[in-house]
Ligand binder design. Sequence first.
Ligand SMILES: Nc1ncnc2c1ncn2[C@@H]1O[C@H](COP(=O)(O)OP(=O)(O)OP(=O)(O)O)[C@@H](O)[C@H]1O
Ligand SMILES: [Mg+2]
Length: 409
Amino acid sequence: MNTETNILLPSAAIDIFVNDEETLRAARQLQNDWRFARVKVNVQQGYVENAIEFYKNNKSPNLVLVETATTEESFIVQLGELSSSCHEGTNAIVIGPVNDVNLYRDLTSMGVSDYLVKSVSVEILSDVISKTLIKSLGTSKSRLISVIGSKGGVGVSAITQALAWGLVDKMDQKTFLMDAAGGWSSLSVGMGFEPLTTLHEAIKANEGGDSDSLNRMLFKPHEKLSVLASGSDTMLETSIQAMDYEELITEMMKSHPVVVVDLSAAIPSLKRTVLNQSHEIIMVTTPTLGSLRLARSLLQEIKLLHDGDLSSVDLIVNMAGIAAGKEVPHKDIEAALGHKPSLTLPFDSKLFMTSENEGKKLSSVTAGAEIVTKLLPIVNRVIGGDLEVKNTNNQSLLDKFMHALKGKG
Ligand SMILES: Nc1ncnc2c1ncn2[C@@H]1O[C@H](COP(=O)(O)OP(=O)(O)OP(=O)(O)O)[C@@H](O)[C@H]1O
Ligand SMILES: [Mg+2]
């Protein structure tokens, strides 16, 4: 599964008209896939003809998948009929009987998003649908990185802040840093600002489309780094809903290629929602028994949430050496967790306390800079390469089909 599609998909509707039994079964399984939680999937047994009939009386969805029994000229005519009964934003994927490169080229040049040969497995189906939805609904190429601890105090906030600075200083990424902790946030101390707002107010400003207010809630320690200056929330009350926070993240992702969220002191529902939305999850633990035991449970829960897929989770063992002789040996950690740590960081109280107390970047001294250098390869996997690529291929089936017809005529 690639990182682009391994996220909770945006709200969308899909209609699937297939006749092939195996593909039909795969289509019916889609709704069990965690990534499809907000996608309405309507499966009907049939062919492209049934789709054409259906849209005479029904509104077309974001994406329609149709099976065709033939790839001859008559199918191209049917495709034209289909596109004229669908509304403009509808995309189409065709499932056909033969593997034919020329046909694939013809169809994609007419605006069909993809051509698949039956029978299609559920893995391929979900991957192709995910790609098409992400492309057509304009979900940005931005990447969401969340950092979570297996327990409190393991160094999540320190690592998150060092990572955000590394992204800006070393990778030149326009980065947005936010903390999901509300009143329990220590972000203001680490980044050196006075809390200007609460998560509740930020969410309200976002919901009301009030970008001026939202801008006033930001702390900008660097032209490429914006920090949501939250932290004024009350500590003993929960004032926000996970879904609202998710929308705030989505909004920030529209203007920042990288969004980094500190989940260390967030409430469980928020942790879960943000983890599902993340392209990259960094889980921090210490090499102590208690922390590792919780790390194992948390990994299991994420695995369940993500249908057994932990490819987007990187484990950092922090504070190695904090309890010399009492720690779980490095070689046993992987076996105990069933997941290989991506990085081990030493316990260095002088380094971390100086950085924290004096409000300085971890990288301002050599040992801290070395830690940042080790952190960046972890996130490079998700932000490397294609961040700047803008999606220009947003034309729908109808747009392109009409264009192709005009070109022929
Ligand atoms: N490798 C390290 N060596 C020494 N001290 C560290 C290390 N990593 C973090 N610390 C320090 O440990 C303390 C706890 O770290 P931090 O606040 O980042 O943890 P957290 O996981 O965010 O905690 P919380 O659950 O309270 O949000 C801080 O004082 C931090 O500077
Ligand atoms: Mg913290």
